[in-house]
Structure formats: C-alpha cells, structure tokens
Design a protein around this ligand. Structure first.
Ligand code: SF4
Length: 193
C-alpha cells in the first residue's frame, strides 16, 4: 500500500527511526481502524520485494517495520529474507490472525477482538500491545498476557479517538499492575505518518 521512512510511534521501539512497509489487505476489520483504505487487498499494486528492500536500505534506517492491513495474511518469507539481506532488522506489527511466516527480529502482537488470533502466535511475541477501546478490554488483554512468554513486553494503548476517556483508566490500571506499560501513538502527536 505504501512504504516510508519515519519514526516508530508505538510500543517498545517508540522513538526509533524505522522504514515502514504497509501491506494491503485486512480481514480483521476493527470498527476503529485508522487505515481502512488498506482493507481491500486488490486496491493496491503489486510491488517487487527487491525494490522495497532497496528503498528501505537507501533510507539509511536500521529497522524495517512490516505492518498493514494485516501483514500475516501474506507469505512474508521472501520479504524478510531480502530486508535482512540488505542489513535491516525485521519487525512486524500483527494481530496474529494467521500463521506467521517470515524471519523476524521483533514481533509485536496486537490481538483484535474482531478476528481471533491464530493460537500459534502469542508464544512468538516479543511485545504484546493491546489497544484499549473500552474498560472491559483490560480483562481481555490479561487473557493474552497469560499466553505470551515470560520476557514479552506488555503494553496497553488507548484507542486514539477515545484517549481522553480511556487514558486515565489505563494509568490507574498500570499503577496497580506494573508489569504493563503505556504505549501512546507518539507519531500522531508529532504529526508524522
Ligand atoms: Fe485496521 Fe489493523 Fe484492525 Fe486491520 S487489524 S482493521 S488494519 S487496525
């Protein structure tokens, strides 16, 4: 769908320069999705993996973040192979809706209520990032915290349109449950993609 060099705004690598590769296609269809243009897989051109990897390398960035859409609906083996070939770390942002392919240095698993993750994904996660839209989502987040590895980083992130309402609830929750941390969408405060 698009690729661009920017700053990772969310989660463990927040603030780091990263080359974002947004793949078209998503069948998860979150009601609050902020990239609905990505949903139709046929609405976006086919682009060669080699050209994406070359642009990522030319950016000077050290990290490539593959996102979507829902990138796990694609076979990502060749893309990660080529990104590593040109010397970039491979990160993914995924709801885990499908069996994950590819060779990843960092897996950010962000489950969504609208399509259950594949059971193989939670154990692979380096980072669990749960978007909180309603207070009840906190209990739902704990279900996944129980499925990830001991060293997985845990983040709660307020859904952007409800941040004023939800952030105070998350702050109180993290103070009571300090193994979680708060992720804010810092790129939106910086007005960058
Ligand atoms: Fe949007 Fe991501 Fe949800 Fe797909 S999984 S609908 S791209 S927020």
């Amino acid at each position: 769908m698009e690729d661009f060099y920017t700053i990772q705004g969310e989660g463990f690598h927040q603030g780091s320069a990263a080359y974002f590769i947004r793949l078209g296609g998503c069948e998860v269809k979150c009601v609050w999705c902020d990239v609905k243009d990505s949903w139709d897989v046929n609405a976006h051109p086919n682009v060669s993996v080699l050209s994406i990897a070359a642009k990522a390398k030319a950016s000077g960035g050290k990290i490539a973040v593959v996102t979507g859409g829902e990138p796990s609906m694609h076979d990502l083996s060749l893309l990660t192979q080529e990104l590593k070939q040109v010397g970039l770390k491979t990160h993914i942002e995924t709801s885990g809706a499908y069996v994950l392919t590819g060779n990843w240095d960092w897996i950010c698993f962000s489950p969504k209520k609208f399509k259950a993750p594949h059971p193989s994904v939670p154990a692979l996660a380096n980072e669990l990032k749960v978007v909180i839209f309603h207070k009840s989502d906190l209990a739902w987040a704990e279900q996944f915290a129980a499925q990830v590895s001991q060293d997985c980083q845990l983040y709660l992130q307020p859904e952007w349109s409800k941040e004023n309402e939800i952030l105070p609830i998350i702050i109180d929750y993290v103070k009571l449950n300090p193994r979680w941390r708060i992720s804010l969408q810092a790129h939106k405060y910086m007005n960058i993609p």
